[in-house]
Design a protein around this ligand. Sequence first.
Ligand code: OAD
Length: 269
Amino acid sequence: MASALAGGGRVVFLTGAGVSAESGVPTFRGADGYWTVGSRVYRPQELATRAAFQTMPDEVWRWYLFRRTACRGAEPNPAHRALVDAERELGDRFLLVTQNVDGLHLRAGSSLGRTYQIHGNIDFMRCAGAHEGELVPIPPEVPAVQQEDPFPEEARALLVCPRCTGRTRPHVLWFDEYYDEALYRFESSLVAAAGASVLVTAGTAGATNLPNQMVAAALRAGALLVDINPDESPFARAAEDAGGLWLRGPASVELPRVARAVAAAIRAG
Ligand code: OAD
């Protein structure tokens, strides 16, 4: 760690659903994951699409409001807090890129400026029409939705664009959409990975496009790759193949350890 950081480069942390699993937020591909268990009526992968939203917006909103309810009921865990400490220690040498839409990193205290939410944030909505680039917090009056609840009719008048009163959509990246810079920090994340001295991946199955590109870019540039995951993943294998580390424990244990090691290396350097 110390030699990787000696040149003064940045430490980029890339987190996935495993980091929030210990807060009680289901993962996507685990046994109780969203993509495994599904919604009341539709297969979840079908719901997480622009095409589904165009034909059944209420059902799509219902599913995201249900997931949002689960996220709001969760609290940050030691993995989230370790990253807050790391940011405090590292300042501009720290960057957090998260696939999680649950907002738990920000609620723990990570700064918005150094947290790229590359799949969006479930607490925000955007105009589904002309003002798509503007994020709007979901109004607090929007009710909680439990697994079997129907779409709450009283939410209809609240889930509207404040500028044009048209329909809004959740601020999340869907399967039939592309990453971009303005909404999802696509280029910035790649540039950060390519310039990182250390890339720490935690709690992710390595199944999505931008994270894979980030790992490849970091390795090409000679970064040290550290993966945290109790189970094997492409990132664990890539780390081991490239002379990095695969830490096989839960994020709530391993992220604080890594954050402490990084802080110690920076102080010593
Ligand atoms: P997945 O559900 O695909 O993978 C979660 C990973 O976390 C698995 O590899 C688990 O082994 C690991 N894991 C579980 N518990 C853990 C713990 N306590 N500590 C550390 N690791 C643990 O979730 P992601 O990789 O985040 O995208 O999924 C990436 C994206 O795929 C999601 O953001 C979502 C989904 O499609 C969108 O919705 C756009």
